[in-house]
Design a protein around this ligand. Structure first.
Ligand SMILES: [Zn+2]
Length: 395
């Protein structure tokens, strides 16, 4: 007997939710609520399923690591959500109906599940080769600050990161070794050709809209049928909901591991774990993320990025995040979170000592800069300038 299509998806969703759960959850653990033909789950239901307290912030309320109390903190009417102390962006806004807050089924499966339980993702952490992709190169300078070009900063971070990964026994391939341009599809092909590889693209940010915008963000590929984070929110009823690949969940797990390490190691503004259809993310068939390591258009942050010590810290934090991702496949335990890293760093401040007198001096001034830089409320979009991150692919 054939089930109607929508019914089939509901059954498939429940089946996968049960399969990934080690506890024997009955199918009625998920109570699907239909809203204008789309499937939603209540925040209470999600909280019960994961055994995690969930809070609901009012729209416009500031949600940050320092103030957030619950492992799951949703924002009414928004796509913004704090998961284990780091910001993330749902595909669809949380809606309210009959006094209940509802989250789209797509987001429970595609955003919440891999971020809450990355260690349960199928084939997670399977990595022998890390393909490091320093953004831009050659004639494509990327974004520009008065201290230099994005292409040079990105290459330097990758060069600093390579030996850290090699020391952990990982094979490292760089999509470019120096200042030349590599087509985006070639970068993806390099990752696709390597066995058990992950793809980590390194960029710096810029915006024309807001000279005060600062902070980190990380992207993985937008699930099929969903809008990207920078798109205006679209109702799920307007889109087809199709099951994604297992690589999608792995990419989210990789995003979470790297992002928590970045935020845990460096006192930067949390712009969040986001989704985009950047060419390099679309064309890679392996777990892939694109890191935006701060804004070249903000006067404090562009100075940080120009410091080689700061870039060494960035490389270190990304390296720890990659190692954390690999550990998921071995330990099958949740990864360290932003709070864990911050605790670790407090207890062993020597981690932060840079043995170069010249860099130490730069270091003092850069901590001042961090203190002074204006951390703005989270913004959903940074409106990147025309750049190759999102350039269409010419076949
Ligand atoms: Zn870039």
């Amino acid at each position: 007997m054939f089930l109607p299509v929508k019914r089939w998806f509901a059954v498939a969703f429940l089946a996968s939710a049960i399969a990934i759960s080690q506890k024997a959850y009955a199918a009625d653990n998920w109570k699907i609520i239909k809203v204008r033909g789309s499937d939603y789950l209540s925040v209470d239901n999600i909280s019960q399923f994961y055994g995690l307290p969930a809070g609901m912030a009012a729209s416009g309320e500031k949600v940050e690591f320092e103030t957030v109390k619950n492992p799951l903190e949703f924002v009414s009417g928004s796509r913004e959500v704090m998961i284990n102390g780091a910001r993330s962006w749902l595909c669809f806004p949380v809606i309210e109906q009959d006094g209940k807050y509802l989250v789209s089924r797509t987001d429970v499966a595609k955003t919440i599940e891999p971020l809450v339980r990355p260690h349960r993702v199928q084939n997670v952490g399977k990595v022998q080769t890390v393909v490091l992709d320093p953004g831009h190169g050659g004639y494509d300078r990327g974004q520009v600050s008065r201290f230099g070009y994005e292409k040079d900063f990105a290459l330097d971070v990758a060069r600093k990161l390579r030996p850290l990964l090699q020391a952990k026994g990982l094979r490292v391939i760089m999509t470019r070794e120096s200042d030349y341009f590599v087509p985006l599809e070639v970068r993806a092909q390099i990752a696709n050709a390597a066995r058990d590889s992950i793809f980590v693209s390194i960029h710096f940010n810029a915006t024309n809209d807001d000279p005060n915008a600062t902070g980190f963000e990380i992207f993985s590929f937008t699930p099929r049928g969903a809008p990207s984070t920078s798109d205006s929110a679209v109702a799920p009823s307007a889109l087809s909901t199709q099951p994604g690949s297992t690589v999608d969940a792995q990419s989210m797990a990789l995003s979470a591991c790297i992002y928590h390490s970045l935020l845990g190691h460096l006192p930067e503004f949390d712009r969040g774990i986001k989704r985009a259809r950047f060419a390099v993310l679309r064309l890679t068939k392996v777990p892939a993320v694109l890191i935006e390591g701060g804004f070249l258009t903000e006067k404090g942050e562009c100075k940080l990025i120009a410091q080689k010590d700061w870039r060494a810290r960035l490389a270190h934090a990304i390296g720890v995040g990659i190692e954390s991702y690999r550990a998921l496949g071995i330990k099958k335990q949740p990864p360290l979170l932003v709070a864990d890293y911050r605790k670790q760093i407090k207890s062993s401040p020597t981690d932060f000592v840079v043995p170069d007198a010249e860099l130490k001096e730069a270091d003092t001034s850069l901590m001042e800069l961090v203190g002074k830089s204006k951390f703005l409320p989270a913004q959903q979009t940074s409106t990147p300038r025309a750049s190759l991150e999102s350039a269409p692919i010419v076949p």
